[in-house]
Write a protein that binds this ligand. Sequence first.
Ligand SMILES: [Zn+2]
Length: 135
Amino acid sequence: MKITLGDILSGRVRIVYRRRRRKLPDTPEVAELRKAAKGYLPGRLRELAALHGFTVNSVRIKHNVSNWGSCSVKGNVNLNLNLMRLPQDLQDYVMLHELCHLRYMNHGKEFHELLESLCPNHLELRKRLKEYKLI
Ligand SMILES: [Zn+2]
């Protein structure tokens, strides 16, 4: 089908385009969260890792609206600065979840058994976490 300028101007054809993924701009609130996150989260993650025998390579603070945290097989953990908006038990839950992924890169049975052993109320925490939105 050939599309003419007339089709577009008349609204018969609508052009939809995807925005390129861009870094989210730091609002003053986000800048504050980032600063607090950098000062607290890497240390807390390493503390939890040491306590439970995980080896962490790097810890990075990220800002996105798709996940609270992520990690790689190389032991690099990314944590969302939005974690600073959560109560401590939910922060720890997210970090323990990521640490368990350093051992099991999936959400299989073994992963859940490990998480359960470190965080017996993880199902309740998971439910509570869903009440928070990433900004
Ligand atoms: Zn996961």
